[in-house]
Design a protein around this ligand. Sequence first.
Ligand SMILES: Nc1ncnc2c1ncn2[C@@H]1O[C@H](COP(=O)(O)OP(=O)(O)OP(=O)(O)O)[C@@H](O)[C@H]1O
Length: 331
Amino acid sequence: MTSLQVDASPSRTTVARGTPSRTVAAELRGLVKRFGGVTAVDGLDLTVTQGEVVAFLGPNGAGKTTTIDMLLGLSTPDSGSVQVFGTGPRQAVAEGRVSAVMQSGGLLRDLTVAETLRLTACLFSHTRSVTEVLERAGITSIADRRVGKCSGGQQQRVRFAMALLPDPDLIVLDEPTTGMDVEGRRDFWNAMHADATRGRTVVFATHYLEEADAYADRIVLVSGGRVVADGTPAEIKAMSAGRLVTATWPGAGTGEALQLRALPGVEDVELRGETVLVRAADSDAVARHLLTHTPAHDLQVTSRGLEDAFIALTGHPHTTPDTVDLTGATR
Ligand SMILES: Nc1ncnc2c1ncn2[C@@H]1O[C@H](COP(=O)(O)OP(=O)(O)OP(=O)(O)O)[C@@H](O)[C@H]1O
């Protein structure tokens, strides 16, 4: 059973999970990491229990990669602690209990996919068979292809297969699908998710809200180096209460937008060409006003999604590496 709590100071919404007896996979306590004058991670606390698939979501510069680097023992915190399966992260990695899929690097272009995996397997005392990880990562058909000839999405699945070799208890993926097309992303996550359903703990950082929504059991929203919200995708979406009213209103301009903004319960008004978008707690009142006091027509009322929650909870518009400001007029 889970329950939603609001912790007023600092502003953070958490889900207290009622399963304290489950094995803790990773425990980050009071993590702080500074680079010169920049505080990349600012007192971050997070407990991941075994078997969870956790998405680390946040705007650019939120501190996701810095946190993941500390989780993997690639860098050390200025203060705070990291424990992975009750030990330090470096030891957990050395024991093969944790492995990672990073965005780039780690591949030799002239080796085939199968040679790459056989070479990687030599680094560990015990591994799963190359045949098995090829299958798990969905790349058996390209086993004899040179890595340099593989697409970006296929190369990420090679990295995923490499990470599966030691049969880790925790797999950490840092924005593994950046730059992939939609099909590549879907294939990658289907392979990852099929593996995760066998009880593996997964922590992944992503810019893609839909990936977090579709593949995570739990979303940890990070902003300014801190956890600002933590819950299931449904819980995170529900944190941004209210609805979006969309209508066509030819000729609407700043004056009309300001009038709407002044209505009770209206949080935000946006104009995109002839379309007006109103985010409001009381969508009925907004709809009634638009239909009775203005020439607006073609009204639609929709529940707000993860993107609205992202904006509300982080104070940032949501952007991905291949899109621009989603709240801007260019959308
Ligand atoms: N090696 C470094 N030297 C200086 N500043 C750094 C370094 N690494 C990260 N930072 C800064 O720390 C902050 C957090 O960066 P980090 O890469 O962890 O964020 P992120 O959430 O992963 O961002 P993105 O989604 O854009 O990858 C940023 O302001 C970044 O510029």
